[in-house]
Design a protein around this ligand. Sequence first.
Ligand code: ZN
Length: 133
Amino acid sequence: MLIKLKTTKNEEIVDITNQINEAVKDIKEGSVLVFVKHTTAAVTINENDDPKICDDFFNFMNKLIPNGNWGHDKSGRCDRNNGDAHLKSSLIGHSKLIPVENGKLALGKWQSLWFCEFDGPREREIIIQKNAL
Ligand code: ZN
C-alpha cells in the first residue's frame, strides 16, 4: 500500500499516525512496516503533543549537520544544496516496524509516528506493508 503526502516547508514533521492507524484497522494482531522512499526524508517515533519537541528536533539536527559546505553541495550533481538533508535522512532512517494490536498501532501514550521532511516542500511516498499473524 502506498501513501502519498505533500510537504509544505523545507523542514517539517508530518504526523502520519492516523493514516497508518487507518491502514491497519483490519489487523487483529501483527505488525506494519512503514518505509519512506526518499533520500532526504525519514521516519521516526516521538511525541507530537508539545510542538516544541519538533523545534528541538530540527534545532538539534541543524547543529549536528548544518546546511551547506558538504561534498554533495559542491559536486554539481544536485542543484538543491541538500547535502545536509541526505545525511539527516540516513541518520534518522527510512523505516519503522511497529506492532499492531486490535486494529491499532501499539504505540505508547505519547508516541506518534513522524514523517521527517529535510528538503521540502516536495511530494513524498511512503510504503506500508501489513503483516497479520
Ligand atoms: Zn541531493
